[in-house]
Design a protein around this ligand. Structure first.
Ligand SMILES: Nc1ncnc2c1ncn2[C@@H]1O[C@H](COP(=O)(O)OP(=O)(O)OP(=O)(O)O)[C@@H](O)[C@H]1O
Length: 255
């Protein structure tokens, strides 16, 4: 599967977030090259999901800026960021449980293609949104579940469904928040393959929060380690593994 344009770079510069007197993010800098795959790790409460919320526009930072593909998106709305090619998944699976697997992906594609959330009961075969949905679902190995209600598929398949949704829309940059959370060990290899497929060897820029450190280190180009709302280290997996500060702050007592 391919995107229609080059993947964007992402620059997070001096991002801070204070809520009710508490500092949630503090001076976060992150420079992500176009087409890179980046892992974000850190202990519970380090600020990983909050950083994704700031990048995807769900939360507005109280300091600093976010630049996507050279455009300052700090004040851009969530829908505008989605139209700019920013897609994300959440820690908890998000889908319409009573719609079929195909319909879930098709609706996302349809909305991004300029349509609305109306779902005709018998969609015309071969329309663009359906074509994209079926192609993406084939890429993640869910062709045999097209007509199954999304609420009835396994947890691992729901994660694949989310990845298919990002593939079916023109996502230039994808944020995956714990894509392997709650997934059985038997499903991990399959999900890793799907994430590689989404990344497409650099056709998309991918950022991923993940607590499965061993799996993540084998996937990504660079790792950002967060601690107490700041970036403690940002380096290659090899350097991160041998960084004594990271070891003592996080890896030594990782879950
Ligand atoms: N809206 C909010 N209001 C107040 N505090 C918040 C808010 N959102 C997050 N926090 C706090 O900010 C800190 C960072 O939370 P965040 O969810 O970003 O951490 P995380 O690194 O993603 O953790 P986990 O690995 O457990 O998902 C936590 O202490 C959390 O309680």
């Amino acid at each position: 599967m391919s995107t229609t344009s080059q993947p964007p770079s992402l620059q997070v510069e001096g991002v801070g977030l204070r809520i009710g007197g508490a500092t949630i993010l503090d001076g976060v800098d992150l420079d992500v090259a176009p087409g890179a795959m980046i892992g974000v790790i850190g202990p519970n409460g380090a600020g990983k999901t909050t950083l994704f919320n700031v990048i995807s526009g769900i939360m507005r930072p109280t300091a600093g800026s976010v630049t996507l593909g050279g455009t300052d998106i700090t004040s851009m709305s969530v829908p505008a960021r989605a139209r700019a090619g920013l897609g994300r998944t959440f820690q908890t699976s998000s889908y319409f449980p009573r719609l079929s697997v195909r319909e879930n992906v098709r609706i996302a594609a349809q909305v991004q293609l300029g349509g609305n959330y109306t779902l005709l009961r018998f969609p015309r075969r071969g329309d663009e949104a359906t074509r994209r949905a079926e192609e993406a679902l084939e890429a993640v190995g869910l062709s045999h579940r097209l007509d199954t209600p999304a609420g009835d598929i396994s947890h691992g398949d729901k994660r694949k469904l989310e990845i298919a949704t990002l593939m079916a829309i023109d996502t230039g940059i994808a944020l995956l928040d714990e894509p392997m959370a709650g997934v059985g060990s038997g499903d991990v290899d399959g999900l890793v393959a799907r994430i590689r497929e989404l990344h497409g060897g650099g056709r998309r820029t991918v950022l991923m929060v993940e607590h499965h450190i061993d799996v993540l280190l084998g996937l990504v180009d660079m790792v950002a380690v967060m601690h107490g709302g700041s970036i403690l280290a940002y380096d290659t997996p090899e350097q991160i593994m041998s960084n004594p500060v990271v070891q003592s702050a996080y890896l030594g007592n990782a879950a």
